[in-house]
Design a protein around this ligand. Structure first.
Ligand code: 3PG
Length: 384
């Protein structure tokens, strides 16, 4: 799929006065009613502003959380700091229709969490039709939700001329670089859950020059090869990892940060030095040093998944590697999720070529090169 072939909001001829259903992904972490990380919201602002400037009437749809319990109210308050924005707490009420009918040109309204209605995740056609009835045009800029075949993602495009916003166009442009890579290309895979990461591993073993593995995934390799990994986290999986090493492309950490017992105290050990009470919590400094010459030569680095037990505060290895990447001339693409969170926490995202807003969507796109939400736009028959 070529990024430039996807119709974007720039291709919409007339926006003045048109009701635009804008699907965004405002599924951001909230703590005590406050937004913890706003990147996903901030990255949608250019699309909202463009539509406002063109005098469209904008109806924003989003989910938040896994079910009906979460509310988009904190996000509406956040948006309200930079633009006038209305809110419809019950999108099935008569009030929803009245608010949209009364929306002025350039006006913005947000409907409450779509998952308040279980027909959203079921991709119920009647629900999609109901949502579509609020608009003249559909714009999807919810990249992080494009892997979900839900009513607001794949259902609405059946009824309205459909386009993508600037965020999706930008995601596709950058993630496409990982699928047709420049070489030398280093792929970095961390985090856990080999079951979900295995397709990624197999794909990039084919197209990358080298694959560096960190996180729990590296523990799995060590465990599979018969090393003592003590109390380290390992995934439950039923495939053999050691044969993958034969390709000679996989690089594993040469040293690891190890914790023993309850305290915060850690030591750095070589992988063959672990005791039964040890648990691996991060990669060591020598590992990052070993990667430097590879990074120096690399034209492209694509990274998904943190290198250490970051939820427990062990993010030093990931931080060191991010810093090492920034010192190189390689194009650097961070594939969303926890790695993106660390980059944002460090405030280094502008020094990287691209930080994806997707979690599962980014992974699926990297594996398959396509997404249900993107297909729905490409195949849209209502567009003239
Ligand atoms: C995400 O956070 O990856 C998206 O918002 C999709 O959320 P979901 O996994 O709950 O469908």
């Amino acid at each position: 799929m070529k990024a430039q072939t996807i119709p974007t909001i720039k291709d919409i001829k007339e926006l003045k006065g048109k009701r635009v259903i804008l699907r965004l992904d405002f599924n951001v972490p909230i703590k005590n009613g406050k937004i913890v990380e706003a990147m996903r919201i901030d990255r949608t602002i250019p699309t909202i502003e463009y539509l406002r400037k063109k005098k469209a009437r904008i109806i924003i749809l989003s989910h938040i959380g896994k079910d009906a319990m979460s509310s988009l109210k904190p996000i509406v308050r956040y948006l309200g700091q930079t633009m006038p924005v209305g809110f419809v707490p019950d999108f099935k009420s008569e009030q929803a229709r009245a608010v949209v009918d009364g929306l002025p040109e350039g006006g913005v309204v947000v409907f409450e969490n779509l998952r308040a209605d279980d027909r959203e995740e079921k991709n119920d056609p009647a629900f999609a039709k109901y949502l579509a009835s609020f608009g003249d045009i559909y714009v999807d800029d919810a990249f992080a939700a494009t892997h979900r075949a839900h009513a607001s993602i794949v259902g609405i495009p059946k009824y309205l001329p459909s386009y993508v916003g600037f965020l999706i166009a930008d995601e596709l442009k950058h993630l496409a670089l990982a699928l047709k890579p420049k070489h030398p290309f280093l792929f970095i895979l961390g985090g856990a859950k080999f079951e979900t990461k295995m397709p990624l591993m197999k794909k990039f073993l084919k197209i990358a020059n080298q694959v560096f593995v960190g996180g729990v995934l590296a523990n799995d390799f060590f465990h599979d090869a018969g090393f003592e990994v003590g109390k380290s986290f390992v995934d439950k999986y039923d495939f053999k990892l050691t044969p993958l090493l034969k390709k000679g492309k996989i690089i594993l950490p040469s040293d690891v940060v190890v914790k023993n017992g309850e305290g915060k105290k850690t030591t750095i050990k070589h992988i063959d030095e672990l005791a039964v009470g040890d648990s691996i919590v991060d990669v060591g400094p020598q590992t990052i040093k070993d990667l430097r010459p590879i990074l120096k030569k690399a034209k492209l680095v694509v990274w998904n998944g943190p290198l250490g037990y970051y939820e427990g505060g062990f993010d030093k290895g990931t931080t060191m590697l991010l810093n090492a990447i920034m010192e190189t001339r390689a194009t650097s693409i961070i594939g969303g999720g926890d790695t993106a969170v660390i980059a944002l926490k460090l405030g280094v995202e502008k020094k990287l070529s691209f930080v994806s807003t997707g979690g599962g969507a980014t992974l699926d796109y990297l594996v398959d090169g396509k997404l249900p939400g993107i297909d729905a736009i490409l195949k849209n028959k209502k567009r003239k």
